[in-house]
Each structure stands twice: as structure tokens, then as C-alpha cells.
Design a protein around this ligand. Structure first.
Ligand code: HEC
Length: 97
């Protein structure tokens, strides 16, 4: 009886270990680098939202540090969301000097 119980327990453990684990939902990596798609979005937003009040500034005219400050003052003017702000910033600093 005792060995039967042990065998049953053993079978249960085996069964349990064969149960497929819940597959973790694939998540987009949270990385600082933006995808080509986000850069393209940023370019489009830049070219449409940033020329409403003045000529489009030349992305290469400012350093990435200067762009932080510019975007902080211009993103609210252009009514960008935080995401759009980030995309536009990523785009302008991605333009090769
Ligand atoms: C609602 C009007 C408005 C919109 C929209 C706007 N700007 Fe401006 N921008 C201004 C004004 C006014 C100035 C000049 C005064 C100042 O610097 O605040 C300016 C100045 C600038 C300058 C010059 C800063 C310097 O130090 O020489 C840059 C670069 C610039 N904007 C970039 C942008 C970008 C990028 C966007 C889009 C995200 C944008 N602007 C959208 C009104 C706007």
C-alpha cells in the first residue's frame, strides 16, 4: 500500500512536469534604440508639425544636447504626445551630420 502510494505520487509528479508551462507573452524589448518605423514616424511628424510656425529647422544644425532643450520647448507648442516627442527627437538626432 505504501509503495502503491509512492508510485501514484511519482506518476502525479511526472504528469505535473509534463504539463506545458504557460508561455510568456512576447513583449517588445524596451530599448533606447528606436525602430526604423519610429524614425519614419518622427520624420513625418517633424515635417508636418514643426513647420506650422517657422521654417523647418535643419536637424544637423543643433547637437543632440541642444535638441533636448529645443524639443522640450517645441513639443508642447506642436502639441506632441510624449511618444511623438520622443520619435521626433530620435529622428532629428539620427540625421547624419
Ligand atoms: C506654435 C508654434 C510653434 C511650433 C508648432 C513649433 N515651433 Fe519651434 N519655434 C517657435 C517659436 C515662436 C520660436 C522662436 C522663439 C523660441 O525659441 O521660443 C521657435 C524656435 C525654434 C527653433 C530655434 C531654436 C534656437 O535656439 O534657435 C527650433 C530649432 C525649433 N523651433 C524647432 C521646432 C520643432 C522641432 C518643432 C516641432 C516639434 C517646432 N519647433 C514647432 C514656435 C513653434
Amino acid at each position: 500500500m505504501k509503495s502503491l502510494f509512492a508510485a501514484a505520487t511519482f506518476t502525479l509528479v511526472l504528469l505535473a512536469s509534463c504539463t506545458p508551462k504557460a508561455t510568456p507573452v512576447a513583449q517588445a524589448p524596451k530599448s533606447a534604440t528606436s525602430t526604423a518605423e519610429q524614425l519614419a514616424q518622427g520624420k513625418t511628424i517633424f515635417e508636418t508639425a514643426c513647420k506650422r510656425c517657422h521654417d523647418l529647422p535643419e536637424p544637423t544644425k543643433f547637437t543632440s544636447v541642444q535638441w533636448v532643450g529645443i524639443m522640450n520647448s517645441m513639443a508642447p507648442k506642436a502639441k506632441l504626445t510624449d511618444e511623438q516627442h520622443q520619435w521626433v527627437y530620435d529622428y532629428v538626432v539620427s540625421v547624419k551630420k
